[in-house]
Design a protein around this ligand. Structure first.
Ligand code: E4P
Length: 219
């Protein structure tokens, strides 16, 4: 399973990269705004800076919502760097744009997916990735993980190559459940990825090993 970090924060992207477990980065307009990245030139430079840290895929989201504008914006984003994947919302013009990008060899991430039907459409349009938002479904008392299972079944039934990129992943259990179900990728904040490290028995065990070693060495 690939690990993407879901942030536009360069320090956090570097930290995840240095852990040696980072396969890519996803961003969205809210995450860019959170880092204070505004204006076309700054946004472009920020994507380039992200591509310099990781050698994995970097999702860059279009702001436009009509086919012609999404095509122009997506083509410009794709030209920035070979690692850029154009992130397109699951709307009618978005599906059309994904089909167009696919025909031009431009990779896409279909975002804001909340149902199996939407995921099926994204795959039929040839999306490279589909992003079901598990956390936001959980937020409205709907089982986000069930959606991952449903999409896995549908894609396997027909051999769709679209990769399931579980998004809106909030904590360690989301990551583990995604791994059990067979999501191809998870994207999560650094805190959720780092929380996989944690177990009190590891901390206690290490403290004991070090104490015993020091005692035996007469320290
Ligand atoms: C997906 O690519 C989105 O950036 C993201 O995962 C949304 O997560 P949130 O629901 O925690 O904002």
């Amino acid at each position: 399973m690939k690990f993407f970090i879901d942030t536009a924060n360069l320090a956090q992207i570097k930290e995840a990269h240095e852990m040696g477990v980072l396969d890519g980065v996803t961003t969205n307009p809210s995450l860019m705004a959170k880092e204070g990245i505004t204006g076309q030139e700054n946004v472009i430079n920020h994507y380039k800076a992200i591509c310099e840290i990781t050698d994995g895929d970097v999702s860059a989201e279009v702001i436009s919502t009509t086919f012609d504008e999404m095509v122009a914006e997506g083509e410009a984003l794709a030209k920035l760097h070979e690692q850029i994947v154009v992130k397109v919302p699951m709307i009618k013009d978005g599906v059309k744009a994904i089909k167009y990008f696919t025909s031009k060899g431009i990779r896409t991430n279909c975002t804001l997916v909340f149902s199996a039907g939407q995921a099926l459409l994204a795959a039929k349009a040839g999306a490279t990735y589909v992003s079901p938002f598990v956390g936001r479904l959980d937020d409205v008392s709907t089982d986000g993980m069930q959606l991952i299972e449903d999409i896995r079944l549908i894609y396997d039934n027909y051999g769709y190559e679209t990769q399931i990129l579980a998004a809106s992943v909030r904590h360690a259990m989301h990551i583990i459940q995604c791994a059990k179900i067979g999501a191809d990728v998870i994207t999560a904040p650094l805190s959720a990825i780092a929380s996989l490290l944690k177990h009190p028995l590891t901390d206690n065990g290490l403290a004991q090993f070090l104490a015993d070693h020091a005692k035996a060495a007469g320290k």
